[in-house]
Design a protein around this ligand. Structure first.
Ligand SMILES: *Cc1c(COP(=O)(O)O)cnc(C)c1O
Length: 421
């Protein structure tokens, strides 16, 4: 459920017509619903509680939507943060999320990032390889601290809505094998600068079936039992993110309730605290991208291009993952026309969709890309020197710009021309 619905003034976010935001802030613009973000987080948390999962750490995956205002909304509900860079750790801290709720993941953490995370006192660093473990140990020893580490295991399970977002097969770059995890865990337990706190997995994104998650989580349970059986201390089992959301053309994903029930079953009686890293399921349907039709270019042979002012640099998912986004005109209307919806960027890949049946549109009309709250603004760039797309947060009948569109002067001032040019 989300708070984007048609009202008397067209498509509306909570109490604010999207057309009003477009008029005041300009287009393209991302608009997020606070009530929807809060609802998604609460539904996820309550489902786990109902399934008997006691006091889970729900570390929202910052990379899905990393705006500090969004992080603050979730942090105030008790969310932690799953981060993959120093920048994301800094964002989470800036949003008031305490370090003891921050998980630092990622395949290639640089030495200075590890230093920063250790100094900040994050809850755990998820280790992805043996060389990384050695680096963390060295940095922790230099700083005179004990690094809390969890081992990210690659459970060798296929899952995820697209090859580019499947992360849990042995051929993917993420994590260590079960055998390696057990060996490294035991070694780390004897290292003065390391404190192993648990094990972690994350098998992919936009997962629409429970079976691969159940398979992976069962294997993780086996690993925890093995480590405990060896007399090692295991406090946490981090089951990652990846739960899919409805994108209209995808299979209906399991509900948070079904997901939680499965987790409850698989982990019943296991004496560890569970952690989760949901991103998309919290943020995707809490945001839209609003864009204006620049013109319609009808080719004599029949193809109609709907040229809009948003482009692949603002929303890259269709170009990168062949992702589907429902597109709705802000003003409801009857009839149907078939369009290729394209942006102004000089790339054929800057095509949001082909042969899409939409209500008939004209220059100046506004449209919304639905389900754009996750991996939208966070992946935006200024390619083609297009100003970074702004973001707006709605709360009831008020709204605020939470990231402003940069001016051209600001953009150009970042380039420095040496005096020898
Ligand atoms: C991307 C990512 C997530 C979030 O994935 P979603 O599909 O958005 O839930 C969680 N954990 C890790 C380690 C990730 O890389």
């Amino acid at each position: 459920m989300n708070h984007f619905e048609y009202g008397p003034e067209g498509l509306t976010c909570e109490g604010v017509p999207l057309a009003r935001i477009a008029a005041e802030v300009g287009t393209p613009v991302y608009v997020y619903s606070r009530a929807t973000l809060e609802r998604h987080f609460t539904v996820f948390r309550d489902a786990l509680e109902l399934a008997g999962v006691a006091d889970p750490l729900i570390a929202y995956a910052v990379k899905a939507n990393s705006n500090v205002a969004v992080l603050k909304v979730l942090g105030e509900l008790g969310a932690g943060a799953d981060t993959v860079s120093e920048g994301e750790v800094r964002r989470a801290l800036a949003a008031g999320i305490p370090a003891e709720r921050i998980v630092f993941s990622g395949v290639g953490k640089a030495r200075r990032e590890i230093e920063f995370a250790l100094q900040a006192g994050v809850a755990e660093i998820n280790v992805e390889s043996e060389p990384e473990l050695n680096l963390i140990a060295a940095v922790a020893a230099e700083l005179g601290v004990r690094a809390k580490v969890a081992f990210r295991v690659n459970p060798d399970v296929a899952a995820g809505g697209h090859a580019k977002i499947a992360t849990g097969k042995a051929e993917n770059k993420f994590g260590v094998s079960f055998a390696e995890a057990a060996r490294l865990y035991a070694n780390a337990s004897n290292h003065a600068a390391l404190e192993p706190v648990g094990v972690a997995c994350h098998i992919g994104s936009q997962i629409t079936e429970l079976a691969p998650m159940r398979a992976a989580f069962s294997k993780m349970r086996g690993l925890v039992e093995q480590l405990l059986g060896e007399g090692l201390s295991v406090e946490r089992l981090d089951l990652g993110g990846g739960l899919g959301v409805p994108y209209f053309n995808h299979p209906e994903p399991p509900s948070p309730a079904d997901f939680a029930a499965m987790v409850g079953e698989v982990t019943a009686g296991l004496p560890v605290r569970l952690a989760f890293e949901p991103g998309r399921v919290i943020a995707a349907n809490a945001g839209v991208l609003v864009s204006e039709v620049i013109h319609i270019h009808a080719r004599p042979e029949g193809r109609k291009f709907l040229v809009i002012d948003a482009a692949m640099n603002d929303l890259v998912r269709p170009a990168m993952y062949d992702a589907f986004h429902d597109i709705r005109p802000l003003t409801r209307r009857d009839g149907e026309a078939v369009y290729d919806v394209v942006g102004p960027v000089c790339e054929t890949g800057d095509t949001f969709t082909r042969d899409r049946a939409l209500p008939p549109l004209a220059a100046g009309d506004l449209v919304a890309f639905m389900s754009a709250g996750a991996y939208g603004a966070a992946m935006a760039s200024e390619y083609n020197t297009r100003p970074l797309v702004p973001e707006v947060l709605v709360d009831g009948d008020r709204f605020a710009v939470i990231r402003a569109r940069p001016t051209y002067d600001e953009m150009l001032a970042r380039d420095l021309v040496p005096d020898w040019v």
